[in-house]
Design a protein around this ligand. Structure first.
Ligand code: GLY
Length: 343
């Protein structure tokens, strides 16, 4: 599809969102209280932004506030895309990915394919604080977490185990498992839910965290975008912060969050910056198995961003999502801008 047609689609989407009360494409959603702290999170992050704001108001460090926010969701067994209760890999083992980035010190830490620890974001923070490295993976990350006193737990809840069994029993009619009594799950999309939380404090310092159980039923050892600095998260204390949820492979390939931040550096609003990277992802996706039609991927990616001025925005490929923002006054879900109507 030509670039001009994409722009037309985009304008049509902008007109459509105007009608439905969604923020027109590219217009910055701004905190009404410049100089007040801001917390931005994904659609599952309303409790995270509330907690982060509570701590920001108490003058906590911006990264500590963001991490405390996402810890609520990491420890919640009912969120099946993050931390404890997350959907497991293809062998039924929960493997978690997370990274953190602290704008004022320009430091970062991350863990990937971490088992048995409910709060990988906290381990990522300890990697940042207590090592000269940025990313620890697998057995090394678990050993490191044990060394720092993190408690181990079985992360596979009964609900997540049952979902995995259903997926496994649905894989093939030729294997030795009976079809699940409730019917097959072959066509059900495999979730890639995640939480990200970005903060701007009263000193205009930026921080962020992203944490996930990753793609459900992934190949053991698969690492998505969430623990990759520049992909699932990026913070530049002079410019802004961005995080992502959705198909990690697309976000890694596009260096998504880093490019969102660079776009803001070059003058785009947070929302425009997110939409620009989404357009690139759509244009560059050419593998037929990932496409519904040319430039129409069959997956979703969401970006969230906040700039140094406290302006924030979020966007996704297809219409339909929301994100959580505490703008210093109100904690609320807001509609994500989008490129296309859902086919
Ligand atoms: N964005 C989460 C993942 O792909 O693992």
């Amino acid at each position: 599809m030509s670039r001009s047609l994409s722009r037309r689609d985009l304008l049509a989407a902008g007109a459509a969102v105007g009608l439905t009360g969604i923020t027109p494409v590219g217009r910055a959603q701004t905190s009404p209280n410049r100089g007040m702290p801001v917390a931005v999170s994904s659609g599952n992050g309303l409790r995270a932004t509330a907690k982060a704001m509570e701590l920001l108001r108490a003058k906590a460090d911006g990264l500590d506030a963001a991490i405390a926010g996402v810890n609520i969701v990491e420890e919640d067994p009912n969120d099946m895309s993050v931390g404890y209760g997350g959907l497991p890999n293809e062998r039924g083992v929960v493997e978690l990915d997370s990274c953190v980035m602290h704008g004022p010190s320009y430091k970062a830490g991350a863990v990937a394919a971490l088992q048995n620890i409910k709060t990988p974001s906290r381990v990522a923070k300890v990697v940042m604080d207590r090592t000269d490295h940025i990313l620890l993976v697998g057995a090394g990350a678990l050993e490191f977490a044990r060394m720092h006193g993190f408690e181990e737990a079985n992360l596979l809840t009964d609900a997540a185990r049952k979902a995995w069994v259903k997926w496994k029993e649905s894989l093939s009619k030729e294997d030795d498992y009976e079809e699940p009594p409730s019917g097959g799950a072959q066509d059900a999309p495999r979730p890639t839910g995640t939480i990200t939380c970005l903060t701007l404090n009263e000193k205009f310092e930026l921080s962020g965290v992203t944490t996930t159980s990753g793609l459900a039923y992934k190949i053991p050892g698969r690492v998505g975008d969430s623990p990759i600095i520049g992909a699932g998260l990026y913070v530049d204390n002079e410019v802004g912060a961005a995080g992502s949820t959705g198909r990690g492979e697309a976000v890694i390939l596009s260096s998504g969050s880093r490019i969102v931040v660079e776009n803001m550096r070059h003058g785009m609003t947070p929302e425009e910056a997110c939409l620009d990277v989404l357009r690139r992802i759509c244009r560059y996706t050419v593998d037929p198995k990932l496409l519904r039609a040319p430039e129409r991927p069959n997956f979703e990616v969401n970006f969230y961003a906040v700039n140094k001025k406290g302006e924030f925005g979020g966007a996704r490929i297809y219409k339909g999502g929301t994100f959580a923002v505490h703008d210093g006054t109100t904690n609320a879900m807001r509609p994500l801008a989008y490129l296309y109507e859902r086919p």
